[in-house]
Design a protein around this ligand. Structure first.
Ligand code: IMP
Length: 430
């Protein structure tokens, strides 16, 4: 089957960009299916680091066409900024190389203002959103008042629709949150200009990809965020407002169930999360610093989109097993194994304990994760610097044992291990 899906198996930031970059070498189309510019995908090629939020990171391969599906929310300002910065780096992404679904929804400055106002109003219960307007844009979609890209094809009706949208948002901003209203004319004028520029990109993504697959071409679906941030299957309410899971790929691109071949779950060799919400294996102190880094390197654990330091902890196999099931993962890609070098002992969470009982599965899903204590197994660490390792046999035996134990605990094979930020710092396992 011609569709491969790459999903985050944790709370996002798993290093999906790396894996996409690798698999995009064999793909004709690379398609984003969920989320918006809350995502941050970093790819390093020959010392040049690309940070993309909205455009699929696979477009860095010149032979691919990038696709943005109906499941995505599009901020045109970010889109054009990325098109510009890619061009500066020698990667041209015009309408012939980037196709966007008519059914994708727009993010506007009103959505961003509402996101900020809502977070401020939540006070201590804030979700810690990226403030990119994601939740409010999807709220409008579900309320059936959202703005779809297809509306941009008719400038006159779009012009009225965007004005009405800003006016309505202004009422919400001032009445519910006592926040400053936006200038209707200025914002509307800007979006009408975006409409003119976006028109040549807009298409029927479902037809485009289905036809391509019929003609033997390959599609790579590039997930943003991760399973544990999925609106339904994540740590609700500390989730994003879209469907990062594998089923979201089919829905968010308008594809049938039967076309999937591989579902690759990307997981770090440890656990990270940004924003609020439960995190049973979270660490602090020296160990946390070891895993997070100081922020001096682009691959240290600081948010690509927000710059916030990420929370870090031991690998949680209860959650990884859950992600394997929810997504039907056919394989795992394990990233940042090199970061574990130098730790004498590694812990891995294999179950939870609460009220004297042990749980191998979450009794009420990740939404009810708070209050569970991790049950750890300990494994010996290694000293060898892994950054030049490119073959399975050259990994220290403790690292191989760690990987084999992960496979055994979640029942999916690890096919790829990254040992550094560069494209070639990968061990492929057949
Ligand atoms: P939102 O998607 O901006 O509404 O944020 C909701 C939650 O998802 C917050 O905890 C964010 O930190 C988290 N989040 C959103 N996008 C990403 C991502 O790309 N990586 C990691 N966390 C994310």
């Amino acid at each position: 089957m011609p569709l491969d899906v790459i999903v985050g198996a944790q709370w996002g930031d798993e290093g999906k960009g790396r894996v996409v970059d690798l698999l995009a070498a064999k793909a004709n189309y690379v398609a984003r299916y969920n989320g918006g510019d809350n995502a941050g995908h970093t790819v390093t090629v020959e010392g040049q680091t690309f940070k993309l939020h909205l455009i699929p990171s696979g477009v860095i391969h010149a032979h691919t066409t990038g696709v943005i599906g109906n499941g995505v929310v599009v901020n045109p300002a970010t889109l054009f900024e990325e098109i510009r910065s890619l061009k500066d780096a020698g990667v041209n992404v015009g309408p012939e190389r980037l196709r966007i679904s008519f059914a994708a929804h727009l993010i506007t400055p009103a959505h961003r203002a509402i996101d900020a106002a809502q977070e401020a109003a939540r006070g201590k219960k804030a979700i810690g959103t990226t403030l990119r307007g994601i939740g409010p844009a999807y709220t409008d979609k579900v309320s059936r008042t959202g703005l779809r890209l297809g509306q941009m094809l008719d400038i006159d009706t779009f012009s009225s629709a965007i004005e009405a949208h800003i006016q309505e948002a202004n009422q919400r901003l001032s009445m519910l949150y006592s926040a400053k209203p936006l200038d209707v004319k200025t914002e509307a004028r800007q979006y009408v200009e975006y409409a003119r520029q976006l028109q040549p990109y807009i298409t029927d993504v479902s037809v485009l990809l289905s036809e391509a697959m019929k003609n033997g071409q390959r599609v790579l679906a590039e997930g943003a965020q991760g399973t544990l941030l999925d609106l339904d299957h994540g740590t609700y309410p500390f989730v994003t407002s879209s469907y990062p899971t594998a089923a979201g790929a089919l829905h968010g691109l308008g594809l049938g169930v039967g076309c999937t071949e591989r579902v690759v779950g990307v997981t770090k060799a440890f656990q990270t999360r940004v924003g609020a919400g439960p995190f049973p294996t979270e660490l602090s102190g020296e160990l946390a610093l070891h895993l997070r880094g100081t922020g001096a390197n682009p691959w240290d654990e600081y948010g690509t989109t927000t710059g916030r330091p990420r929370r870090v902890g031991w690998l949680d196999m209860v959650l990884l097993r859950y992600a394997t099931r929810i997504n039907g993962l056919t394989e795992l890609a394990l990233t940042k194994l090199d970061i574990l070098t130098g730790l004498e002992t590694l812990k891995i969470c294999v179950a939870y304990r609460q009220g004297g009982r042990t749980f191998n599965e979450l009794p009420l899903g990740p939404g009810e994760l708070a209050g569970f204590e991790p049950v750890y197994e300990e494994l010996p660490g290694w000293e060898k610097d892994l950054r030049r390792v490119s073959a399975w046999e050259d990994l220290p035996k403790q690292a191989r044992a760690y990987i084999l134990h992960i496979e055994e605990l979640c029942g999916a094979p690890v096919r790829m291990v990254s040992v550094g930020p560069e494209r070639e710092q990968v061990v492929e396992i057949s």
